[in-house]
Design a protein around this ligand. Sequence first.
Ligand SMILES: C[S@@+](CC[C@H](N)C(=O)[O-])C[C@H]1O[C@@H](n2cnc3c(N)ncnc32)[C@H](O)[C@@H]1O
Length: 222
Amino acid sequence: MSAPADAGMPADLLAHARAAKGFMPEDEGLLLHRLARRRLPLGPVLEMGTYCGKSAIYLAAAAREVGGTVFTVDHHRGSEEIQPGWEHHDPEVVDTELGVMDTLPFFRRALARAGLEDQIVAVVGRSTTVSAWWRTPLALLFIDGGHSEEHAQADYTGWAPWVMADGLLVIHDVFPDPADGGRPPYHVFRRALDSGDWVEVEALGSMRALRRVGGDAGDAVR
Ligand SMILES: C[S@@+](CC[C@H](N)C(=O)[O-])C[C@H]1O[C@@H](n2cnc3c(N)ncnc32)[C@H](O)[C@@H]1O
Protein backbone atom coordinates (compact mmCIF):
# COMPACT_ATOMS: atom_id res chain seq x y z
CA MET A 1 0.00 0.00 0.00
CA SER A 2 1.40 3.43 -0.87
CA ALA A 3 1.84 6.09 1.80
CA PRO A 4 -0.77 8.86 2.10
CA ALA A 5 0.12 12.11 0.31
CA ASP A 6 1.04 13.96 3.52
CA ALA A 7 2.99 11.14 5.20
CA GLY A 8 6.58 11.88 6.31
CA MET A 9 9.62 9.93 5.27
CA PRO A 10 10.08 6.36 6.60
CA ALA A 11 12.19 6.49 9.79
CA ASP A 12 14.88 4.11 8.51
CA LEU A 13 15.50 6.27 5.43
CA LEU A 14 15.43 9.51 7.39
CA ALA A 15 18.20 8.08 9.57
CA HIS A 16 20.30 7.43 6.44
CA ALA A 17 19.65 10.95 5.13
CA ARG A 18 20.76 12.38 8.48
CA ALA A 19 23.92 10.27 8.46
CA ALA A 20 24.99 11.21 4.90
CA LYS A 21 27.51 13.99 4.36
CA GLY A 22 26.03 16.99 2.62
CA PHE A 23 24.30 20.30 2.48
CA MET A 24 20.60 19.61 2.89
CA PRO A 25 18.78 20.78 6.05
CA GLU A 26 16.25 18.20 7.19
CA ASP A 27 13.13 20.36 6.76
CA GLU A 28 14.11 21.23 3.19
CA GLY A 29 14.97 17.60 2.48
CA LEU A 30 11.54 16.55 3.69
CA LEU A 31 9.95 19.13 1.38
CA LEU A 32 11.95 17.64 -1.51
CA HIS A 33 10.77 14.18 -0.50
CA ARG A 34 7.13 15.26 -0.39
CA LEU A 35 7.29 16.99 -3.79
CA ALA A 36 9.10 14.03 -5.38
CA ARG A 37 6.56 11.58 -4.02
CA ARG A 38 3.79 13.61 -5.63
CA ARG A 39 5.55 13.92 -9.00
CA LEU A 40 7.31 10.55 -9.50
CA PRO A 41 4.22 8.70 -10.74
CA LEU A 42 4.20 11.15 -13.70
CA GLY A 43 7.83 10.83 -14.82
CA PRO A 44 11.44 10.82 -13.63
CA VAL A 45 13.01 13.24 -11.19
CA LEU A 46 16.44 14.70 -11.96
CA GLU A 47 18.79 16.23 -9.45
CA MET A 48 21.62 18.50 -10.64
CA GLY A 49 24.25 18.36 -7.85
CA THR A 50 24.68 15.04 -6.04
CA TYR A 51 27.72 15.65 -3.79
CA CYS A 52 27.66 12.72 -1.30
CA GLY A 53 23.99 11.84 -1.78
CA LYS A 54 22.23 13.57 1.10
CA SER A 55 19.41 15.16 -0.93
CA ALA A 56 19.44 12.13 -3.25
CA ILE A 57 18.33 9.96 -0.31
CA TYR A 58 15.24 12.14 0.21
CA LEU A 59 14.41 11.85 -3.50
CA ALA A 60 15.15 8.12 -3.82
CA ALA A 61 13.14 7.42 -0.66
CA ALA A 62 10.12 8.88 -2.45
CA ALA A 63 10.80 6.56 -5.40
CA ARG A 64 10.92 3.56 -3.07
CA GLU A 65 7.50 4.54 -1.74
CA VAL A 66 5.64 5.41 -4.93
CA GLY A 67 7.81 3.88 -7.70
CA GLY A 68 9.73 5.71 -10.40
CA THR A 69 13.35 6.68 -11.00
CA VAL A 70 15.62 9.48 -9.86
CA PHE A 71 18.63 10.63 -11.92
CA THR A 72 21.38 12.57 -10.20
CA VAL A 73 24.08 14.42 -12.14
CA ASP A 74 27.50 15.51 -10.84
CA HIS A 75 31.11 15.45 -12.03
CA HIS A 76 31.96 14.62 -8.40
CA ARG A 77 34.93 17.00 -8.43
CA GLY A 78 33.23 19.58 -6.21
CA SER A 79 32.01 23.10 -6.90
CA GLU A 80 34.39 26.04 -6.87
CA GLU A 81 33.11 27.07 -3.43
CA ILE A 82 33.94 23.74 -1.73
CA GLN A 83 37.52 23.31 -2.98
CA PRO A 84 40.49 23.21 -0.53
CA GLY A 85 40.80 26.48 1.37
CA TRP A 86 37.07 27.24 1.32
CA GLU A 87 34.88 27.14 4.42
CA HIS A 88 32.83 24.06 3.45
CA HIS A 89 35.71 21.98 2.09
CA ASP A 90 35.91 18.47 3.57
CA PRO A 91 39.43 17.01 3.25
CA GLU A 92 37.99 13.50 3.66
CA VAL A 93 36.51 13.63 0.14
CA VAL A 94 39.85 14.23 -1.60
CA ASP A 95 41.25 11.39 -3.71
CA THR A 96 44.79 11.28 -2.31
CA GLU A 97 46.30 9.69 -5.42
CA LEU A 98 44.91 12.27 -7.83
CA GLY A 99 44.81 15.17 -5.38
CA VAL A 100 41.28 16.17 -6.46
CA MET A 101 37.87 15.84 -4.83
CA ASP A 102 35.95 12.63 -5.51
CA THR A 103 32.54 12.42 -3.83
CA LEU A 104 31.30 9.49 -5.92
CA PRO A 105 32.41 6.74 -3.46
CA PHE A 106 30.65 8.57 -0.62
CA PHE A 107 27.47 8.82 -2.69
CA ARG A 108 27.62 5.12 -3.61
CA ARG A 109 28.16 4.04 -0.01
CA ALA A 110 25.36 6.28 1.33
CA LEU A 111 22.81 4.99 -1.20
CA ALA A 112 23.87 1.36 -0.75
CA ARG A 113 23.59 1.65 3.05
CA ALA A 114 20.11 3.11 2.61
CA GLY A 115 19.12 0.27 0.26
CA LEU A 116 18.17 2.76 -2.46
CA GLU A 117 20.45 1.75 -5.32
CA ASP A 118 17.56 0.45 -7.45
CA GLN A 119 15.74 3.79 -7.28
CA ILE A 120 18.57 6.09 -8.42
CA VAL A 121 20.88 6.41 -11.42
CA ALA A 122 24.09 8.40 -10.99
CA VAL A 123 25.24 10.25 -14.09
CA VAL A 124 28.88 11.30 -13.75
CA GLY A 125 29.76 14.27 -15.91
CA ARG A 126 29.59 18.01 -16.39
CA SER A 127 26.13 19.52 -16.19
CA THR A 128 26.27 21.16 -19.63
CA THR A 129 27.75 18.07 -21.32
CA VAL A 130 24.98 15.83 -19.99
CA SER A 131 22.12 18.29 -20.47
CA ALA A 132 23.14 18.84 -24.12
CA TRP A 133 22.23 15.18 -24.79
CA TRP A 134 19.24 14.89 -22.45
CA ARG A 135 15.83 14.38 -24.13
CA THR A 136 13.56 12.91 -21.44
CA PRO A 137 10.67 14.95 -20.00
CA LEU A 138 11.06 15.46 -16.25
CA ALA A 139 8.30 15.49 -13.66
CA LEU A 140 10.57 17.36 -11.24
CA LEU A 141 13.97 19.03 -11.63
CA PHE A 142 16.03 19.88 -8.56
CA ILE A 143 18.89 22.32 -9.14
CA ASP A 144 21.65 22.28 -6.49
CA GLY A 145 24.83 22.38 -8.57
CA GLY A 146 27.59 24.98 -8.86
CA HIS A 147 26.64 28.26 -7.25
CA SER A 148 28.64 30.62 -9.46
CA GLU A 149 26.58 32.80 -11.83
CA GLU A 150 27.92 30.87 -14.83
CA HIS A 151 27.07 27.42 -13.49
CA ALA A 152 23.72 28.29 -11.90
CA GLN A 153 22.50 29.96 -15.10
CA ALA A 154 23.82 27.10 -17.28
CA ASP A 155 22.01 24.55 -15.09
CA TYR A 156 18.74 26.42 -15.62
CA THR A 157 19.29 26.94 -19.37
CA GLY A 158 20.35 23.32 -19.89
CA TRP A 159 17.95 21.41 -17.66
CA ALA A 160 14.77 23.46 -17.13
CA PRO A 161 13.62 22.98 -20.77
CA TRP A 162 13.09 19.30 -19.94
CA VAL A 163 10.53 19.95 -17.22
CA MET A 164 7.13 18.85 -18.51
CA ALA A 165 4.13 21.20 -18.51
CA ASP A 166 2.89 21.50 -14.91
CA GLY A 167 6.13 19.89 -13.73
CA LEU A 168 8.18 21.31 -10.87
CA LEU A 169 11.49 23.17 -10.80
CA VAL A 170 13.00 23.19 -7.31
CA ILE A 171 15.97 25.47 -6.63
CA HIS A 172 18.18 25.30 -3.54
CA ASP A 173 20.09 28.11 -1.81
CA VAL A 174 17.79 30.90 -2.96
CA PHE A 175 18.66 33.89 -0.76
CA PRO A 176 16.64 37.05 -1.51
CA ASP A 177 18.74 38.91 1.10
CA PRO A 178 22.42 39.05 0.05
CA ALA A 179 23.37 38.98 3.75
CA ASP A 180 22.19 35.35 3.90
CA GLY A 181 24.23 33.89 1.02
CA GLY A 182 25.36 33.96 -2.60
CA ARG A 183 23.10 35.47 -5.26
CA PRO A 184 23.24 33.25 -8.39
CA PRO A 185 20.51 30.75 -7.35
CA TYR A 186 18.30 33.76 -6.48
CA HIS A 187 19.01 35.26 -9.90
CA VAL A 188 17.94 31.98 -11.53
CA PHE A 189 14.78 31.95 -9.42
CA ARG A 190 14.01 35.54 -10.52
CA ARG A 191 14.80 34.73 -14.16
CA ALA A 192 12.30 31.86 -14.09
CA LEU A 193 9.58 33.89 -12.36
CA ASP A 194 10.12 36.98 -14.52
CA SER A 195 9.79 34.90 -17.69
CA GLY A 196 6.14 34.32 -16.77
CA ASP A 197 6.53 30.62 -17.57
CA TRP A 198 6.83 29.54 -13.92
CA VAL A 199 4.86 30.31 -10.76
CA GLU A 200 6.06 29.85 -7.21
CA VAL A 201 4.21 27.06 -5.41
CA GLU A 202 6.29 26.38 -2.27
CA ALA A 203 8.99 28.13 -0.26
CA LEU A 204 10.84 26.79 2.77
CA GLY A 205 14.19 28.05 4.07
CA SER A 206 16.29 28.56 0.95
CA MET A 207 14.22 26.11 -1.12
CA ARG A 208 11.84 27.40 -3.79
CA ALA A 209 9.50 25.25 -5.89
CA LEU A 210 8.10 26.58 -9.16
CA ARG A 211 5.49 25.03 -11.45
CA ARG A 212 5.85 25.26 -15.22
CA VAL A 213 2.87 27.17 -16.63
CA GLY A 214 4.41 28.08 -20.01
CA GLY A 215 5.85 25.66 -22.53
CA ASP A 216 6.41 21.92 -22.38
CA ALA A 217 9.36 19.51 -22.27
CA GLY A 218 11.85 20.37 -25.02
CA ASP A 219 10.85 24.05 -25.25
CA ALA A 220 13.70 26.45 -24.46
CA VAL A 221 13.38 28.53 -21.31
CA ARG A 222 13.68 32.30 -21.19
C1 LIG B 1 25.95 22.12 -3.24
S1 LIG B 1 26.64 20.63 -3.80
C2 LIG B 1 25.25 19.55 -3.86
C3 LIG B 1 24.74 19.21 -2.49
C4 LIG B 1 23.81 18.02 -2.43
N1 LIG B 1 22.60 18.23 -3.18
C5 LIG B 1 23.52 17.64 -0.99
O1 LIG B 1 22.36 17.34 -0.65
O2 LIG B 1 24.44 17.63 -0.17
C6 LIG B 1 26.94 20.97 -5.50
C7 LIG B 1 27.47 19.82 -6.32
O3 LIG B 1 27.42 20.22 -7.69
C8 LIG B 1 28.52 19.68 -8.37
N2 LIG B 1 28.79 20.53 -9.52
C9 LIG B 1 29.11 21.86 -9.52
N3 LIG B 1 29.24 22.33 -10.76
C10 LIG B 1 29.02 21.27 -11.59
C11 LIG B 1 29.01 21.12 -13.02
N4 LIG B 1 29.26 22.16 -13.83
N5 LIG B 1 28.76 19.91 -13.52
C12 LIG B 1 28.51 18.83 -12.71
N6 LIG B 1 28.49 18.93 -11.35
C13 LIG B 1 28.74 20.14 -10.81
C14 LIG B 1 29.64 19.65 -7.37
O4 LIG B 1 30.60 18.66 -7.71
C15 LIG B 1 28.91 19.40 -6.04
O5 LIG B 1 28.98 18.05 -5.67
